[in-house]
Design a protein around this ligand. Structure first.
Ligand code: ZN
Length: 140
């Protein structure tokens, strides 16, 4: 859980600043065949806490993926970076992210940022050559 206590920030008059989290991503976020997360997601952002208690974050998620190159099938490991921008509003009917009870949980926003930044497939290098598959049916 990545939770931020808005009441504490208000009490300490920390209306802006930077924060860092490390998040252990569930594998269900991945829809790339044969790929997996290596280690956690590093979450870094600047925040603003506004007068109406809206809480805005602007930063990045960064993580490593391991899997098979979609073209040559070699093992490949790659670092992915994604934008993390979200506004959390302290009300129930907010369309985007909202929060209750003075505590913001940014987990959903971080998972969304990871999902949006996922590549469609992994490849070891730009000019990697695809394997030639035979068109015949080899099920026998
Ligand atoms: Zn390759």
């Amino acid at each position: 859980m990545m939770v931020i206590d808005i009441r504490k920030l208000n009490a300490q008059k920390r209306y802006y600043g930077e924060m860092q989290f490390s998040y252990d991503p569930p594998q269900r976020l991945l829809n790339i065949p044969f790929a997996q997360f290596v280690g956690g997601v590093s979450v870094e952002f600047e925040y603003d806490l506004y007068e109406d208690d809206a809480f805005e974050i602007r930063g990045k998620v960064r993580y490593q993926l391991k899997g098979q190159c979609a073209r040559c099938l070699q093992e490949v490991e790659t670092t992915v970076e994604g934008e993390l921008n979200a506004l959390f509003e302290p009300k129930k009917d907010a369309e985007d992210y909202s929060y209750f009870g003075g505590v913001v949980d940014i987990t959903q926003a971080v998972e969304d940022a990871v999902v949006f930044s996922l590549p469609f497939s992994l490849s070891c290098k730009e000019e990697c050559q695809p394997i030639e598959y035979s068109s015949g049916n080899e099920n026998d």
